[in-house]
Design a protein around this ligand. Structure first.
Ligand SMILES: [Zn+2]
Length: 203
């Protein structure tokens, strides 16, 4: 099993910006991606389209995933949303292929389970570049809205991004039918789980 984690944006491309705090989408999604990698690595091979704050074009991202000598099984793109109008919540976009929809449903299930009070905007088909141009089942997860004052403050918390990474990891494990999963670590408090991963990440 091999997963490609694709933290959106980076470098001069900040992506969305937190309305209440100036928090960069590019920083948040990299942090979530690194946390996700730590959770997946004991169980599968993981590659990332970027693991530092650098600009990588969309075509480079897809090429990287498509041209691995050990093929990538699934591609998970990580984003935080923004809208001109009042909007909040999470959603997962799919390419429309059966496997992409299946993966999105698994991740969505775990996300909704972990954040039951957050607005569920659902699983949607969308022709985003990274969904169209990757050869393997791909999804694009939008964890919350940086244009929403409450959600933009919420996502700056380490605990929130840790739990978001755990939700995505849970969906990935479900997709591959891995029973022995991160939920084994939930006997630790969220503070302990954050600290455990941050030691690895050197944060
Ligand atoms: Zn984005």
């Amino acid at each position: 099993m091999k997963v490609c984690i694709d933290p959106g944006h980076g470098g001069e491309d900040s992506g969305a910006v937190g309305v209440s705090n100036g928090y960069f989408e590019s920083h948040g999604v990299l942090d979530i991606g690194l946390r996700l990698r730590e959770l997946l690595l004991p169980h599968m091979e993981v590659m990332m389209t970027r693991d530092t704050d650098e600009f990588v074009s969309l075509s480079e991202r897809c090429q990287m995933a498509n041209e691995q000598s050990v093929p990538v099984d699934i591609y998970v793109s990580i984003h935080l949303n923004s809208a001109q109008t009042k909007a909040s919540g999470w959603e997962v976009f799919t390419s429309g292929s059966t496997k992409s929809v299946e993966l999105a449903n698994k991740i969505g299930y775990r996300h909704a389970e972990r954040f039951p009070t957050q607005k569920n905007r659902g699983i949607k088909r969308q022709s985003f570049y990274v969904l169209k141009s990757t050869k393997m089942p791909a999804v694009l997860w939008e964890g919350c809205f940086l244009s929403d004052p409450t959600e933009s403050d919420w996502v700056t918390k380490d605990e929130t991004r840790q739990e978001m990474a755990e939700a995505i990891a849970g969906g990935v494990f479900d997709f591959f039918g891995i029973k022995k999963n991160i939920y084994g670590t939930l006997n630790l408090s969220i503070g302990e789980r954050v600290a455990k991963i941050e030691r690895h990440l050197g944060l």
